[in-house]
Design a protein around this ligand. Structure first.
Ligand SMILES: CC(C)(COP(=O)(O)OP(=O)(O)OC[C@H]1O[C@@H](n2cnc3c(N)ncnc32)[C@H](O)[C@@H]1OP(=O)(O)O)[C@@H](O)C(=O)NCCC(=O)NCCS
Length: 171
């Protein structure tokens, strides 16, 4: 058994990449590359400074990534994948990773995060459904699973358009 207090949360480093891929493969299976969220991540690299791993005794047990995107003309971040290895679930690591990523993004002036996921998991973290049809992903998505989080008040109001790649720090 382990406790969340034993877990170290760290910004993603290049040497974490293989473990992160393995965890995502385990969580989502071989079909994951056909998912719309994965297509967004193929268009644009994630930002390692806004991506985190959970480590237990030096082993990566979970991770979360944020990818800079644009929704229409609005700068945003796409969250995912979020995954925790099965043996380490239900101890709070997933939510801790989510909070860490959102706090880091807010601290750098980012305004909003979107993701595709299960509303019951993300609602307690402040995510809410986006108006159907407002955010156009590069592939089919169940509109009930398209969720957004305001990092700054009002940031989700009126957003809409196609999701495109963005490089942070560029106009
Ligand atoms: C989703 C996931 C990241 C959660 O990680 P975790 O470390 O177990 O999460 P936490 O410990 O912070 O939270 C666990 C709680 O969330 C609940 N939960 C987990 N997955 C859920 C889901 N899909 N829908 C609703 N609730 C969920 C658990 O039942 C648990 O509830 P409790 O606190 O009332 O017991 C992990 O289960 C996972 O990797 N799943 C496979 C990949 C995945 O689905 N990723 C999310 C993409 S949508």
């Amino acid at each position: 058994m382990f406790s969340l207090a034993d877990v170290r949360f760290l910004p993603e480093q290049p040497h974490h990449a293989a473990a992160i891929e393995a965890i995502a493969d385990e969580a989502f299976g071989p079909g994951r590359f056909s998912r719309a969220a994965e297509r967004v991540r193929e268009m644009a690299p994630h930002d390692p400074s806004l991506s985190f791993v959970a480590e237990l005794e030096g082993v990566v047990i979970g991770s979360v990534r944020l990818t800079p995107i644009r929704i229409g003309t609005t700068p945003a971040l796409m969250l995912g994948p979020l995954a925790v290895r099965p043996a380490y679930k239900n101890k709070g690591a997933g939510k801790a990773l989510m909070r860490l990523a959102a706090d880091a993004a807010r601290d750098t002036g980012e305004r909003l995060i979107v993701l595709v996921g299960d509303p019951p998991y993300y609602a307690p973290l402040g995510y809410r459904s986006l108006p159907p049809g407002s955010v156009i992903m590069p592939g089919p998505v169940d509109p009930r699973r398209l969720l957004g989080l305001e990092l700054q008040e009002g940031a989700l109001e009126g957003i809409g358009g196609a999701v495109k790649a963005r490089r942070r720090g560029l106009p």
